[in-house]
Design a protein around this ligand. Structure first.
Ligand code: SAM
Length: 242
């Protein structure tokens, strides 16, 4: 996995800043607390997985300043907050849209259109295929996948990103893959994986189960995921417009 617990820092300041930001924009902080915390945690995990907030060879330019950085699907803005704190002489714009929709082709095409020659595009996406999976977790994941299909949210995009990048003339494509453990069998990043995946499983169970069974159900799922050492994969694609 290439990471160790000593490298993981739980970025409490980052969560606080995002909560304050949400409060200033919406005036309703409480509603977002759990969602913000999950997003912040996921952000920290992704940053540790890929050894930092970006993989393109642009550190010198970011330090020098003047670059314009666009975060498409910025969510609560965790990445933007950190990048703008680390490289203060650049300009940052974040856009997001809710609910999610399924227009990756046009999204990549538009991103390439607004990107300057020599600029980089990085895409990080989850593969919705879970590995080493037992029967209870498999059933739950199937329900989630069925729900996403029902909402027409594409789940096989990881297989297509490279092809869509190539068809938009992006070059020097580099692909990274990291395993994201479900349950509490992997403490490589302290309690980050157990916390994130238990919350995610709990949220999925709440959607499909009787609320009074949730704690028992969750325990059963975690035990099974630990037994099988269940994981899914996270992929990052880096490419350049020549
Ligand atoms: C998995 S979340 C990641 C959020 C954030 N980048 C992070 O790491 O915390 C994906 C985000 O992409 C947004 N999104 C999905 N489709 C989009 C689109 N076509 N244009 C802009 N944002 C989009 C969603 O609303 C969601 O906030």
């Amino acid at each position: 996995m290439g990471t160790s617990s000593s490298k993981y820092r739980k970025d409490v300041n980052c969560f606080d800043t995002i909560s304050q930001y949400i409060l200033s924009v919406t005036g309703i902080p409480k509603k977002f607390d759990q969602e913000v915390e999950q997003a912040g945690l996921r952000h920290c995990i992704v940053r540790e997985f890929f050894n930092g907030n970006f993989s393109s060879p642009i550190r010198n330019e970011l330090n020098f300043g003047g670059l314009r950085v666009l975060d498409i699907g910025c969510g609560f803005g965790a990445w933007l907050f950190e990048m703008s704190a680390d490289f203060q002489k650049c300009h940052y714009v974040g856009v997001d849209i809710t609910p999610q929709y399924n227009e990756w082709d046009s999204l990549i095409r538009e991103s390439v259109r607004v990107l300057r020659s020599g600029g980089y595009i990085e895409i990080t996406e989850t593969e919705m295929v879970t590995k080493n999976v037992g029967s209870s977790v498999a059933k739950l994941i199937k329900k989630v996948v069925d729900l996403l299909n029902e909402k027409k949210i594409g789940i096989l995009i990881v297989d297509r990103i490279e092809e869509v990048m190539k068809s938009n003339n992006l070059q020097n494509i580099v692909r990274y893959e990291r395993n994201f453990p479900i349950g509490s069998w992997n403490y490589d990043l302290g309690d980050a994986f157990p916390t994130y995946t238990c919350n995610t499983l709990r949220n999925a169970l709440i959607r499909f189960n009787d609320p009074k069974d949730i704690d028992n159900e969750l325990k059963k799922f975690i035990t099974e995921a630990n037994l099988y050492r269940t994981y899914f994969s996270l992929h990052k694609f880096v490419s350049q417009k020549i």
